[in-house]
Design a protein around this ligand. Structure first.
Ligand code: F6P
Length: 327
């Protein structure tokens, strides 16, 4: 009699991130290599509640490693936050006789994964969000590519800023976390960086710009995190109101979702491939209820329960470095 194959499902949830497809591909192919039967859940937790499963073979995940977004689709699903929504999802998993579920996503998605684990589902999380705000991983899947995209835009903006001697203000995503703005600001040579973890007032920003001009710079670039108290709109309002006194205008670029939609770069493709394979290895050994990420350069597994309510902080050394290098 042939042994029954383990049935494993994978979903992507929340904001898409470059590398999600590469992770889905790795999960499916590593699962097949391990003798498992693989399924995708379409549109994240919304699809899970609706029982929207599709069988996935090696060919179904061909030609996606280089694609941004997620071929499975994703969603932000309010009903899944409720006890009834989670019970419905668990019912769908039972009806499909799913033995293990892999959840690729960020903070909200991993909170959902923990809820499923508490309902007895064997679940593995893969840390994936451009925001890099997820405790349990030094860097989340997609954040590095999103930074590269932001950096390319910043480099271009500096060229035109320099040509005109202008001040450009660039707002990047990141929800309440300043990671993207801080790293893009350091790497992009920003004169000032405004992040929730190191709030600068509009006057602080004006002082930094004046100081840059006094030091002989012909232009200035200011990086702003969308979650900062003084975001791009607030700073723009302030500088327009005080333009005569401050003596310069701002040009604003909000990168927004542009950062999210890019093709994954080399780091994220390899990282996703390692994470996907590690998820299958964990299920094979009977380990579950963990978030997979990167800690000290190694793929790490942290119990989802230990991460609940934990807040990832920015490295204060990087914040200090940003101030030093902006001189
Ligand atoms: O969490 C990823 C992210 O891109 C955040 O940086 C941003 O605040 C949010 O998602 C935007 O969400 P939505 O795509 O639902 O507008």
């Amino acid at each position: 009699m042939s042994e029954t194959k383990a049935r494993i499902a994978v979903l992507t949830s929340g904001g898409d991130a470059p590398g999600m497809n590469a992770a889905v591909r790795a999960v499916v192919r590593a699962g097949i290599a391990a003798g498992m039967e693989m399924f995708g859940v379409r549109h994240g937790y919304k699809g899970l509640m609706a029982g929207d499963f599709i069988p996935l073979g090696a060919r179904e995940v061909g030609g996606i490693i280089e694609r941004g977004g997620t071929v499975l689709g994703t969603s932000r699903c309010e009903p899944f936050r409720t006890e009834a929504g989670q019970a419905q999802a668990v019912g769908r998993l039972k009806a499909m006789r799913i033995d293990g579920l892999i959840v690729i996503g960020g903070n909200g998605s991993q909170a959902g994964a923990l809820a499923l684990a508490q309902h007895g589902v064997r679940v593995i999380g893969i840390a994936s969000t451009i925001d890099n705000d997820l405790a349990g991983s030094d860097v989340t899947l997609g954040a590095t590519t999103a930074l590269d995209i932001a950096l390319e835009a910043i480099d271009r903006l500096r060229v035109t800023a320099s040509a005109h001697g202008r001040v450009f203000l660039v707002e990047v995503m990141g929800r309440r976390c300043g990671y993207l703005a801080l790293l893009a600001g350091i790497a992009g040579g920003a004169e000032a960086i405004v992040i929730p973890e190191d709030e600068l007032s509009p006057e602080d920003v004006a002082t930094a710009i004046h100081a840059a001009y006094r030091r002989g710079k012909s232009h200035a670039v200011v990086l702003v995190a969308e979650g900062a108290r003084h975001d791009a709109d607030a700073l723009a309002r302030y500088f327009t109101e005080h333009v005569e006194r401050l003596g310069f205008e701002l040009r604003i670029t909000k990168l927004g979702h542009v950062q999210r939609g890019g093709a994954p770069h080399i780091f994220d493709r390899i990282y996703a491939s390692n994470l996907g394979a590690a998820a299958i290895e964990h299920l094979q050994t009977g380990a579950h209820g963990v978030l997979l990420g990167l800690t000290g350069g190694q793929i790490s597994a942290t119990p989802l329960g230990a991460l609940a309510g934990m807040h990832k902080t920015l490295d204060p050394r990087l914040i200090r470095l940003a101030h030093v290098l902006a001189q």
